[in-house]
Design a protein around this ligand. Structure first.
Ligand code: ADP
Length: 508
């Protein structure tokens, strides 16, 4: 190979440790994907509502896919400039620092076993304190109650933790500790901000919350900016810096280059995750959204983000396919929605598990409104797709109100963002430009960008912006009057499905 070309080759490895699989994406210095390798691993459901992973399997699958990816594309270890890590958030691992072994399985973000601890927290009057300090709404989702559960239920754990023998980490911390042979015990701001123990205003672990949950502070990792040198790991014969770490949603926000306040991205997966960069001033939502730390580059104080999620997004299309048998493949939903020509007065509220922000109603249930003798399967498919856009629009509008910022554009990724009908409707309803980028790998790209910035692969955010390539832009063309009418009907539908599952007034 020509020596000059050989010298210019530079790669960043992104480890993308997700809920169902461990993935590795290798990027070149133009931000282009060179190789992707992924491996699924076991989901453990010990009881209804409980979800766990084996931390050793997380580590083993992640390191084996990394070796496979490097071998597959034939790059040399000395061409790898840095490693970035992005991960499923909130998932909690506690291990013994002397043996290197976890004392319990990883308790997943989805796991509801600690809901009673949260009920007690609320009864004890800590809600406002938690919201103000951590930016989060008290929930079993976040790590704090999961750590407490492990310390309460594993024999001898609390005594060991007090002695300083146990360490806690989210998945990024666990992976870094394993990959560096225990030399690095750290996390980044974004992951720390999902534990419900981290003070996002003063950027430190919060003593009052640690004391309340009886979590010794010596268990907690050092917290660093997402784009910084965390340490080095050995890849074959070369020491490579781990230089970027961020939780998956914040990594995607960074990968979508949403660097300025007001910029937002939505991931259309099974559920949807909308995040808006709000700059370096904290804003507490009045609409039930959480405030979290956004991935930061080396240049100082972190940015914050508002975050909201839609419980049922792409899952609704799976429901149309698997339960209703209206379509054979998710991709067919676009064809039928277009064939339908209009919604024909049909509105779907997919409140299968209640409604999240900005409604927070656990008693609402999925409901279809406006059925007539003439309603067709196509109308219902269209109404389902439209309902995804309405829900995302409700979140975007709440963020815009909370921050007093107009919505300037919406960047999109995730499986259902491939649906151009949905993207055009999103643009029309939210009355904003919807930008779909070329790479599907925005989460991994975010981790790579963070790592590359720290080691000088890229100089600054402007350079990263230039690497961002657009697949399509959807411009709004719906008339105001029509948009207003659609939104009026949608909100009417939401209002009418609320409280359905609350039977407390039943006289039995
Ligand atoms: P996750 O990461 O949550 O598993 P993905 O980003 O892989 O999700 O997206 C998968 C989801 O997107 C599924 O729920 C699927 O129904 C939906 N989906 C995939 N392709 C389309 C499409 N063309 N139109 C609508 N929904 C789609």
């Amino acid at each position: 190979m020509n020596r000059e070309i050989e010298k210019k080759k530079r790669y960043i490895i992104a480890l993308d440790q997700g809920t169902t699989s461990s993935r590795v994406v290798i990027f070149d210095n133009y931000g282009k994907v060179v190789t992707i390798v992924q491996k699924e691993f076991k989901q453990i459901y010990p009881r209804p509502g409980w979800v766990e992973h084996d931390p050793m399997e997380i580590y083993a699958s992640q390191s084996s896919v990394m070796i496979e990816a490097i071998a597959q594309c034939g790059i040399r270890p000395y061409h790898i400039q840095a490693v970035g890590i992005t991960n499923q958030r909130e998932t909690t691992i506690v291990w013994d620092k002397n043996t290197g072994k976890p004392i319990y399985n990883a308790i997943l973000w989805q796991c509801r076993r600690t809901a009673p601890i949260i009920e007690q927290t609320i009864k004890d009057g800590l809600s406002d304190y938690i919201i103000k300090t951590t930016g989060l709404i008290p929930d079993a989702y976040f790590s704090a109650t999961k750590i407490k559960w492990i310390l309460d239920h594993v024999e001898g754990a609390r005594a060991k933790a007090e002695k300083g023998d146990l360490l806690f980490g989210t998945v990024d911390t666990w992976l870094m500790w394993k990959l560096t042979n225990g030399r690095v015990f750290a996390t980044d701001y974004t992951n720390a901000s999902r534990t419900m123990l981290y003070d996002i205003v003063n950027l430190r672990w919060d003593k009052k919350l640690c004391d309340y949950y009886k979590i010794p502070m010596k268990m907690l990792p050092e917290v660093k900016p997402s784009s910084s040198i965390f340490g080095t790991m050995r890849i074959f014969d070369t020491e490579v810096p781990i230089a970027g770490v961020a939780g998956d949603q914040q990594a995607a926000l960074f990968g979508q280059t949403c660097f300025a306040p007001g910029e937002m991205k939505n991931t259309y997966g099974t559920g949807c995750f909308l995040l808006m960069n709000i700059g370096n001033k904290i804003c507490h939502s009045k609409n039930g959204l959480v405030t979290t730390i956004a991935a930061s580059s080396v240049d100082g104080k972190p940015d914050y983000a508002l975050e909201g999620s839609v419980f049922v997004g792409g899952a609704l299309i799976q429901w149309l396919r698997d339960e209703m048998h209206f379509i054979l493949d998710a991709v067919d939903s676009e064809y039928f929605a277009i064939k339908s020509e209009s919604n024909n007065g049909v509105y779907m509220v997919p409140a299968f598990t209640g409604l999240g922000a900005p409604y927070w109603d656990m008693y609402s249930r999925g409901t279809i409104f406006g059925l007539t003798r003439g309603t067709t399967r196509e109308n219902i498919i269209r109404a389902c797709l439209e309902s995804i856009a309405y829900q995302v629009n409700d979140l975007a509008t709440a963020m815009s109100k909370d921050t007093n910022q107009p919505i300037t554009s919406l960047k999109v990724d995730g499986g259902a963002s491939k649906n151009s009908f949905l993207m055009q409707f999103q643009s029309d309803i939210t009355n904003t430009k919807v930008i779909r980028c070329q790479t599907k790998e925005t989460t991994a790209l975010g981790a790579a960008f963070l790592a590359g910035l720290a080691v000088g692969t890229w100089k600054n955010k402007e350079e990263l912006k230039k690497l961002y390539s657009i697949d399509s832009i959807f411009e709004p063309h719906m008339e105001n009057k029509l948009r207003k009418r659609y939104l009026y009907k949608w909100h009417k539908a939401v209002k009418m499905c609320r409280g359905w599952d609350d039977d407390s007034d039943l006289d039995e």
